[in-house]
Design a protein around this ligand. Structure first.
Ligand SMILES: Cc1ncc(COP(=O)(O)O)c(C=O)c1O
Length: 497
């Protein structure tokens, strides 16, 4: 059969069928859907909110567009001659997409350099699609300039004969994909009436490419870039601190920045899903950022400046992918009240872990990792009340810590400086894991309270330390739960006088 593609009937056939199927130029436009009024608190203000559903592309995620474009441009420049292997630093959508698209360019082998913080579910997904994995010890959003970073390592390996490293963090073909596809489509789909564009900031390719394109079409457009709050995991997007490391001039295309946390992102994603728009955590994140922005504009009385010639505010936010790769995270980050109950749950054969144990701390076994509640941790660490600790912190005075207790915070230096527990020490997790015998000696007869953003990463460390006979404790919910309970912590904004 001759190669044939029809936009209306959606049939792809012939030798290039799959390549055509993955090419946005040969497909109907990616859906743009107005969210229901029940999810739009500004409907009565003449604000219309549209979701650009990037998860509706064949590879089900926004990064498949830059992935395709990076390969198309590299091929056109002759960079793919004799290339048999591809390497990219990414634990998610980019390398997942590259693995499949690369095969269509004759590159059979794709290797992903992933952070050791990546979730198991994500790794299994990559393996399912035939991606090779190389684990690198570094935060999930690495610094591209750091020589130990996966980005740097991928670049080095990519320079070898027979290898190619697309390099999404500095490859202009990334934002160009959003210029020619995402931005152009949104402009045409809104008939040039868009006045607000909002997207999450990861590599910033979307905001820089699509936002930049739309701004050229309509300089009055307001673009909103959404960053994640420090210590708040949301897949695919960065904190303002981590955004400083990005090479693209994304600020030139971003008028406003909003910061959104984990819980809000996952909650908004649930709302979208339940309304029929199957959209993942970073979609909820972008919607929350857009609503924050609109709320501030309304509060400042400046909403009218965002109206188009028809008197409407037409806003578009980007949905990068679906909730399915992150199923476990929804149940980890949101409490049970978000989900329907299961009747006769006790009859199930395959049930997750039993409810949390309530045995007093000193009666719990040393040979298995376990968690303590933030309040229990507080009692274990500090000899004075939380109120007294707060008072000392506000006066910039030293807070006493019980003897024999070590408070270890495994977040990055930047996150630690943002806020931390008084008396805590910042220590990257890989340093603890590499130096286990040394720590086993130093921490013998001590109680170790471990803190990370959500109490997930520290579980593994608590377990490793316990196997060495150390009394290590994982604090449930990590610093997010600690902060939610307003337990004392040093914060530069209120503690520095
Ligand atoms: C799930 C998800 N959301 C958001 C983004 C951010 O998009 P960009 O890299 O274009 O800034 C990414 C990028 O990797 C992503 O995978």
């Amino acid at each position: 059969m001759r190669s044939m593609q029809a936009k209306t009937t959606n049939v792809f056939s012939g030798t290039n069928a799959v390549k055509d199927f993955l090419n946005p130029d040969k497909n109907p436009y990616i859906p743009l859907v107005e969210i229901p009024e029940s999810l739009n608190p500004f409907a009565k203000d003449g604000v219309r909110v549209f979701a650009k559903l990037m998860q509706m592309v064949p590879l089900m995620n926004v990064k498949s567009l830059p992935a395709l474009n990076m390969l198309l441009e590299a091929e056109a420049e002759g960079k793919l001659k004799d290339v048999k292997s591809l390497i990219e630093n990414s634990s998610g959508n980019t390398v997942f997409s590259l693995a499949m698209i690369a095969r269509l360019f004759g590159i059979e082998r794709t290797k992903a350099i992933v952070s050791h913080e990546v979730t198991w579910g994500k790794l299994q997904l990559l393996r399912l699609f035939g991606t090779e994995i190389l684990v690198n010890e570094e935060p999930i959003c690495p610094d591209p300039g750091d020589k130990t970073s996966g980005i740097y390592k991928a670049k080095r390996i990519g320079a070898r004969k027979g290898w190619f490293n697309p390099g999404q963090y500095e490859n202009e073909a990334n934002p160009r994909a959003h210029e020619k596809w995402t931005g152009k489509q949104v402009w045409e789909q809104t008939e040039g009436k868009i006045t607000v564009f909002c997207a999450g900031l990861g590599t910033t390719g979307t905001v820089f490419g699509a936002g930049g394109y739309l701004k050229k079409k309509f300089p009055g457009l307001a673009t909103v870039g959404v960053a994640r709050l420090p210590n708040n995991p949301v897949p695919g997007v960065r904190t303002p601190n981590l955004l400083r490391e990005i090479a693209f001039d994304w600020k030139s295309a971003t008028d406003f920045t909003e910061e959104i946390g984990t819980k809000e992102s996952f909650e908004k994603s649930l709302e979208l899903c339940r309304a029929g728009l199957v959209a993942g955590p970073s979609s909820g994140f972008a919607l929350a950022g857009l609503l924050n922005f609109l709320s501030k504009q309304k509060g400042a009385g400046t909403l009218d400046a965002l109206r188009n010639a028809d008197g409407e505010i037409v806003s578009v936010f980007i949905c990068p992918d679906s909730p399915l790769p992150y199923l476990n995270e929804y149940f980890e980050y949101l409490d049970a009240s978000h989900f329907p109950k299961i009747e006769n749950e006790n009859l199930l054969i395959n049930k997750p872990d039993a409810p949390k144990q309530k045995t007093p701390i000193n009666e719990r076994p040393l040979n298995s990792a376990f968690e303590i509640e933030p309040e229990e941790a507080y009692e274990m660490i500090y000899p004075i009340s939380a109120q007294k600790t707060w008072r000392l912190l506000i006066k910039d005075k030293k807070v006493p810590v019980r003897t024999g207790v070590e408070i270890i915070d495994i977040r990055s230096r930047g996150e630690y400086l943002h806020f931390h527990l008084p008396g805590s020490k910042q220590m990257e997790s890989y340093k603890i894991m590499e130096g286990l015998p040394k720590f086993a000696r130093a921490w013998k007869d001590r109680k170790i309270a471990l803190f990370c953003p959500m109490g997930v990463r520290t579980k593994i460390i608590a377990e490793a330390l316990r196997k060495k006979g150390i009394e290590a404790y994982n604090v449930r919910g990590g610093l997010t739960e600690w902060s939610a309970k307003n337990l004392p912590r040093w914060r530069p904004d209120i503690c520095k006088v």
